[in-house]
Design a protein around this ligand. Structure first.
Ligand SMILES: Cc1cc2nc3c(=O)[nH]c(=O)nc-3n(C[C@H](O)[C@H](O)[C@H](O)COP(=O)(O)OP(=O)(O)OC[C@H]3O[C@@H](n4cnc5c(N)ncnc54)[C@H](O)[C@@H]3O)c2cc1C
Length: 353
């Protein structure tokens, strides 16, 4: 049997890992292929380095839940790289039009990786020796075959296929309509931008604020800024930073920060930090990321079922399945691996009878 996984973010990678490590003689995929549109694996996991200082432009905080990312990290031998959140950092705040307020934190048992979350992606990639990973390979069409599913540019159908893709991409590439896809319209994306930057230690007048893990900003404040993470306060990275390393998140309702130029984003980033944290001076270094399809808002009515029969299996995987976090995606990938392997076993048994 052949399995295709489309999408090389943490969902697709974790699925490939669990399928190849959990499969058994009664349900075996002789060929597992992973198709990724971009030149690199990891999707929104995006660790950037400045002189070996870690700047996460995507997830930095991995919640320790059963079956989640922290368990997977230990399973693949990266336990020594786990770092708990800095116990001396002050908890997150919320900026409202009335000033600063405490913000309820959900990150009590969170970890990161001492050299950046991208280490998880690299190690998973190394573990997938038996998987045929195709980078720079966007999939633009998925169609039914008499048995299984075809991808554009591939003559042989796959018995099973899992689309580990943003929900907004699925109706654009999948030639299927009606009920099986109706859930996609209940998953909404808001374009976002992230600005990461490194400052000298004396750049901020609000010295107490910098010692918190970060803050969120209510939309009424009107800056377009949604949140700030003080990365150098939050994580005891292997290389302790004398500098202040931070990131700002942009995604005001009804606006598209992805359309702002780099200089416009940096200007807003500087202005907001001047107004809220007493910033003085330019960053030593900065970097920008734009995200069209990250952190979906999922309507509670969403139920996602595979399209499965004796003739083939097609399923969907991503932050819309269990929840938006990396740990949710890893847990959903493990469940999906068990489900597609159970389907394979049923089919093998059916054919033997
Ligand atoms: C800025 C930011 C901060 C976050 N912070 C945290 C955090 O601190 N903690 C936490 O737990 N979670 C966090 N999250 C959420 C979490 O990172 C994501 O939900 C999770 O990484 C999503 O992984 P994924 O593989 O499902 O999707 P993605 O990472 O979006 O991967 C999808 C992949 O599919 C590929 N693709 C798209 N179209 C095609 C195509 N047609 N053909 C082939 N490939 C295609 C893309 O290139 C991409 O690699 C954050 C997310 C963002 C954006």
């Amino acid at each position: 049997m052949r399995l295709a996984i489309v999408g090389g973010g943490i969902s697709g990678l974790a699925l490939a890992y669990y399928v190849t490590t959990r499969q058994h003689d009664a349900s075996r995929f002789d060929q597992v292929c992973l198709f990724e549109a971009s030149p690199r694996l990891g999707g929104v996991i995006d660790t950037r380095l400045w002189e070996s200082y870690v700047l996460e432009m995507g997830p930095d905080s991995l919640v320790d839940k059963p079956g989640g990312a922290v368990e997977l990290i230990r399973e693949i031998g990266l336990g020594d790289h786990l770092i708990p959140m800095n116990p001396d950092a002050k908890p997150p705040l919320m900026r409202t039009t009335d000033g600063w307020k405490p913000f309820p934190s959900t990150e009590t048992r969170s970890y990161s990786l001492d050299v950046g979350v991208h280490l998880l992606v690299e190690r998973l990639g190394d573990r997938l020796k038996s998987v045929d990973i195709k980078l720079n390979r966007p999939v633009s069409r998925v169609m039914r075959a008499s048995t299984g599913w075809y991808l554009d540019g591939d003559d042989t159908p796959y018995d099973a296929m899992v689309l580990a893709l943003p929900a907004s991409v699925i109706p654009l590439i999948l030639e299927e309509s009606g009920d099986p896809l109706s859930w996609c319209q209940h998953v909404q994306y808001q374009p976002r931008a992230v600005v990461g930057a490194v400052y000298r230690p004396d750049s901020f007048q609000a010295l107490d604020l910098v010692q918190h893990t970060g803050f969120v900003v209510s939309p009424q404040v009107g800056l377009g800024l949604t949140a700030v993470t003080w990365l150098s306060s939050k994580w005891p990275y292997r290389r302790r930073s004398p500098y202040i390393v931070l990131r700002t998140f942009w995604g005001p309702p009804g606006e598209n920060p992805g359309a702002w130029s780099d200089s416009e984003l940096l200007r807003r980033h500087q202005q907001a930090l001047e107004a809220l944290a007493g910033l003085r001076g330019a960053p030593l270094w900065h970097t920008i990321q734009r995200l069209e399809t990250a952190l979906p808002q999922v309507d509670g009515r969403v139920t996602i079922e595979p399209i499965a029969s004796d003739h083939g299996y097609l399923s969907f995987l991503g932050p819309y399945r269990i929840g938006p976090g990396v740990s949710d995606c890893v847990k959903a990938a493990a469940e999906e691996a068990d489900r597609v392997l159970a389907w394979g076993q049923q089919r093998t048994l059916g054919r033997r009878r």
